[in-house]
Unconditional design. Structure first.
Length: 288
């Protein structure tokens, strides 16, 4: 068994068809690629097949170009859309935040300690409150205030910054702004949002206080891709914690923020590890 530090990752999807697993695994064996982990799923509703493989090459002359040239003709027979990710690839992630700092703090810590294999070249906010956190970590912080009248200009500035810093993924770490349809289109499939999930659904101001007044027994969080349906994009991860009568509003907020931190971290990790596939309005997630 090879002993590589990090594996290559192969991901693919295609229309459901006999032989989809075989075409991939047979090639891996013939090319001398040792499979460490494999997940696949065939969705009988959407009629699409999804597969993710972690592997370690055993051939000394292995390269992405050689893989592309050899596997490409086989993949085309199955109308397969596929991607190969190098072991050392570190996605460039921009964080958008407002005033709440719990998710930002958590992501910066996980980035600093190596739990998240990403680069964070920029943090963008509509408030100046959290600039000190960015400065402490040596990350450029852009304060772009927003009003209803300046929303188009502010969002255009955000997009310029995403292009300037060559961003691959945007994380809305409690960014308390509703994105315009234009912005949602710009970020389609490459932006993750986190929000609380309370049952029943409490909307508007002070949701945790509303929840306390109704005596909720559960708090949670949902991380999803951004789309034009407010807080209703394809779900990546969810988390829940039980609570009881002894939890006052401030306790519910604290517990909810704990769940938000972990749920968002897992969603980002699954995304950067290529474990998430968009499947029409839903997702296929091969969790680790």
């Amino acid at each position: 068994m090879p002993n590589a530090i990090k594996p290559w990752v192969f991901t693919a999807s295609c229309p459901s068809k006999l032989g989809t697993v075989d075409v991939v695994t047979r090639y891996m064996a013939e090319a001398g690629n040792y499979v460490d982990e494999i997940h696949s799923f065939d969705d009988r509703v959407s009629k699409r097949f999804f597969i993710r493989i972690e592997f370690q090459p055993t051939e000394a002359d292995f390269s992405a170009e050689k893989f592309d040239a050899a596997f490409g003709p086989r993949a085309s027979e199955f109308e397969m859309e596929w991607e190969l990710t190098e072991p050392e690839h570190r996605p460039r992630v921009a964080i958008l935040v407002s005033k709440y700092d719990h998710c930002l703090n958590d992501l910066l810590y996980r980035h600093r300690t190596g739990q998240l294999n990403i680069e964070i070249p920029v943090i963008i906010s509509n408030h100046p409150d959290l600039e000190h956190l960015a400065e402490w970590h040596g990350i450029p912080y852009y304060h772009l205030p927003i009003t209803p009248d300046t929303k188009p200009e502010q969002e255009a500035e955000i997009v310029k910054l995403l292009e300037q810093y060559d961003i691959e993924l945007v994380v809305l770490a409690r960014y308390m702004q509703v994105l315009s349809p234009w912005m949602c289109e710009q970020l389609n499939g490459k932006a993750i949002n986190i929000h609380h999930s309370l049952l029943p659904g409490f909307k508007g101001a002070r949701p945790y206080h509303q929840a306390w007044e109704k005596g909720v027994k559960m708090v949670g969080a949902t991380a999803h891709y951004v789309n034009n349906d407010l807080d209703e994009g394809p779900i990546i991860t969810q988390g829940i914690q039980t609570v009881d009568h002894a939890f006052y509003p401030e306790d519910l907020i604290s517990k909810g923020q704990d769940v938000e931190r972990v749920t968002l971290f897992n969603a980002i990790r699954y995304h950067i590890e290529k474990r998430v596939f968009l499947n029409e309005g839903r997702t296929v997630v091969f969790s680790s």
